[in-house]
Design a protein around this ligand. Structure first.
Ligand code: ATP
Ligand code: MG
Length: 448
C-alpha cells in the first residue's frame, strides 16, 4: 500500500525522549495497560501506550483510560489475549479486558489517501473496501494497517500522537507533539482543512481536549472551524450523541458550551436551541444545567443525558408550545403533545436514544404537576420515578425566572418532611394564569 507514497522517500526521524526527560511514570499507568504492553512485547510485537493516556500523563492529569497501539493485527491480538473482543467496522479494534478495565488495542494504521496524492492512489483508496473516503474527503472506513510512523501521522492532534514505550520508558514523537505540549496548544497534524474534511468530529475534539487540558487551539487549527462547522451534519447522529456527552457531561461543560458557540459548532449541533439563546432566561437555564452537571461530575455523582437534553431543548419546546397555550391548551396537554416534534427535529443532527428521550419528556411533563399541591397529589408526584430529576429541573426553571422561588421552597420543605405552608393562591402568577386558562375538564390530562 505504501507504493508511490511520498513518505517512502522522506523518512521522518522521530524524536526519542528518554525517561529522564519526560514525566510519564509507570506508577500512573494502570496495571491492566502495563500487562497488555508486556504481553504483546513477550509475544514478539511492538506495543506502545498512545493517545489520551500519554497526553494526560504528560499534562499532569490522571487519564480515565489507556489506549495501546501495536503492529499486531486484530486477529493476532486475539491470539495473544483470548479474552479480547474485536469491535468496530469503521475502525476495527480489540478490547482487552485486564482486571476491571478494558484496554483498547489498535493496530498501527496508515493515513487514508486523498485525491491530491495522485489519482491512482485515490482510485485505489476508493476501491478499497477497508480504506474509503467519500467524495468530500470524509473517511468512511479506516482499516489499512501501517507502520508506527504511518500511525503517528494519521492521528488527529500532535499531542495525541505521542507513544510511550514500556521497554525503555521513552516517548516517541514523530509530529512535534512534545513541543506543542510545552506550548500548551492543540495542533492538527497536516493540513487542517483536509483533516477536518476527513473527519469533522475533530472540530469537536479540538474544543473538548483544549478545555480538558486548559490548552489553546493553535491559530491554523482553529481558523477553518467556523467555515467547516456545517460538515458535522454529515456525521452519523449516534457518533455526535457520544461526542456531545463527552463535551457536556464534563467538568468543563460550560467552557465547552462557550467555545462551541464561539466557533459556530453549537449552532450546527443544536440549531433549534441556538435560535432561542437570546431569549430571556435561556442562557441562565442552560448554564445552570451545565454547571450542575460539572459539579456532579467533580463529585463523582451520576449524571444523566436525559437531564442535560431536557435543559437544552426546553426553550425550544416552550417556543413551539406558545401558540397552543395562547389558544387555551394547558401545559399538561401541550407538553406531551409537542415534545415529540422537538425531539424529532433534534435527532436530524444529534441522535437521542429513546432510553434518554423518554425520561427527558417525563421530566418535562412533570413540570406542571408541581403546581398541583392539593390533597394526595404531592404524594403521588413525589412517588414518580422521575420526581427528583423533575424537581432539580424546576429549580433551574425558577432560577431562570420561569417559576417562583416560593414553589421551589414548598417542594423542598415537602421533601424534607417539614409541613409545607398550605398552597397559597400564591405568588406564582404564571402558574395561576395558566390554570385559569384551563378549559373545563381539560386539566386532568398529564403525561401518565
Ligand atoms: P479521551 O480518551 O480523553 O477522550 P483521547 O484522545 O484518548 O481522549 P480517544 O477517542 O480515546 O480520545 O482516542 C484515542 C486516540 O486515537 C486519540 O488520542 C488519537 O490519537 C486517536 N484518535 C481518536 N479520534 C481520532 C480522530 N477522529 N481522528 C484521528 N485520530 C483520532
Ligand atoms: Mg482515550
Amino acid at each position: 500500500m505504501r507504493c508511490g507514497d511520498a513518505k517512502e522517500f522522506v523518512i521522518s526521524e522521530p524524536i526519542i525522549i528518554s525517561r529522564d526527560a519526560h514525566n510519564v511514570s509507570r506508577q500512573h499507568i494502570s496495571q491492566g495497560a502495563l500487562d497488555v504492553l508486556y504481553d504483546l512485547g513477550r509475544a514478539g510485537y511492538e506495543a506502545y501506550l498512545v493517545g489520551g493516556g500519554v497526553r494526560d500523563l504528560l499534562a499532569g492529569l490522571q487519564p480515565k483510560d489507556f489506549d495501546v497501539a501495536t503492529d499486531a493485527k486484530p486477529e493476532e491480538v486475539k491470539d495473544v489475549f483470548r479474552r479480547a473482543r474485536l469491535i468496530g467496522r469503521r475502525f476495527r479494534l480489540a478490547h482487552v479486558r485486564a482486571g476491571g478495565e478494558i484496554i483498547e488495542v489498535a493496530t498501527f494504521r496508515a493515513q487514508p489517501r486523498t485525491p491530491e496524492e495522485g489519482e491512482e492512489q485515490a482510485e485505489e483508496a476508493l476501491d478499497d473496501d477497508d480504506h474509503m473516503l467519500d467524495e468530500g474527503g470524509r473517511i468512511l472506513r479506516d482499516n489499512v494497517y501501517g507502520t508506527l510512523e504511518d500511525d503517528a501521522f494519521r492521528r488527529d492532534f500532535t499531542i495525541n500522537a505521542l507513544y510511550y514505550r514500556v521497554t525503555d520508558f521513552s516517548v516517541v514523537d514523530y509530529v512535534g507533539g512534545m513541543e506543542d505540549m510545552a506550548a500548551r496548544q492543540i495542533r492538527l497534524i497536516g493540513d487542517p482543512e483536509t483533516r477536518y474534511r476527513e473527519d469533522p468530529v475533530r472540530m469537536l475534539r479540538a474544543v473538548r481536549i483544549a478545555n480538558k487540558l486548559g490548552f489553546t487551539i493553535e491559530a491554523a487549527t482553529a481558523q477553518p472551524i467556523r467555515e467547516l462547522a456545517g460538515l458535522l451534519t454529515d456525521v452519523p447522529g449516534a457518533r455526535l450523541f457520544d461526542e456531545v456527552l463527552k463535551l457536556f457531561l464534563s467538568e468543563q461543560a460550560e467552557k465547552n458550551f462557550d467555545d462551541l458557540i464561539e466557533l459556530g459548532l453549537f449552532q450546527v449541533l443544536f440549531p433549534q436551541t441556538a435560535a432561542c439563546l437570546h431569549q430571556d432566561g435561556v442562557d441562565t437555564l442552560i448554564r445552570g444545567a451545565l454547571r450542575g452537571t460539572a459539579e456532579r461530575v467533580r463529585e463523582d455523582k451520576p449524571v444523566t443525558p436525559a437531564f442535560l437534553y431536557a435543559a437544552l431543548l426546553w426553550p425550544v419546546l416552550r417556543g413551539v408550545m406558545e401558540p397552543v397555550l395562547a389558544d387555551g391548551q394547558t401545559l399538561a396537554q401541550a407538553i406531551p403533545e409537542l415534545s415529540g416534534d422537538v425531539v424529532a427535529e433534534q435527532v436530524e443532527t444529534v441522535a437521542i436514544p429513546r432510553r434518554f428521550s423518554t425520561p427527558m419528556r417525563e421530566i418535562w411533563s412533570l413540570q406542571p404537576r408541581f403546581h398541583r399541591r392539593n390533597g394526595r397529589r404531592p404524594e403521588r408526584l413525589a412517588a414518580h420515578p422521575r420526581f427528583r430529576a423533575a424537581y432539580d429541573f424546576l429549580i433551574l426553571r425558577a432560577a431562570a425566572g420561569e417559576e417562583s422561588e416560593e414553589l421551589v421552597q414548598w417542594w423542598t420543605d415537602y421533601q424534607d418532611g417539614r409541613a409545607p405552608t398550605p398552597p397559597p393562591g400564591g405568588p406564582n402568577p404564571r402558574g395561576r394564569r395558566r390554570r385559569r386558562r384551563r378549559r373545563p375538564g381539560g386539566g386532568a390530562k398529564t403525561s401518565e
